[in-house]
Design a protein around this ligand. Structure first.
Ligand SMILES: [Zn+2]
Length: 83
């Protein structure tokens, strides 16, 4: 799945492509492809795709932002949130 820019997600075509890719690759559902490309309201597609892209941009670990360590170069320690 390519990473779209926010500008892409403000266009009907870009938003629909993002949602089609999202449903296919993240949800594993291909059945809404025609609905997304033909029937889904463009403003809804733009809003939903921007929301999903913002969620995807967040790190999994909010303690270390997926760096695996906390602190700085002088006192770095393994992330305490790691199992
Ligand atoms: Zn972490």
């Amino acid at each position: 799945m390519t990473t779209p820019t926010l500008t892409d997600l403000k266009t009907s075509e870009g938003a629909r492509q993002y949602l089609a890719d999202y449903f296919s690759s993240v949800i594993g559902n291909h059945f809404f492809k025609d609905y997304i490309s033909e029937a889904l309201a463009a403003d809804f597609a733009c809003t939903l795709s921007q929301h999903l892209a913002a969620l995807a941009a967040q790190p999994d670990c909010l303690t270390c932002n997926d760096h695996g360590a906390v602190g700085n170069v002088l006192n770095a320690e393994p992330c305490p949130a790691l199992p």
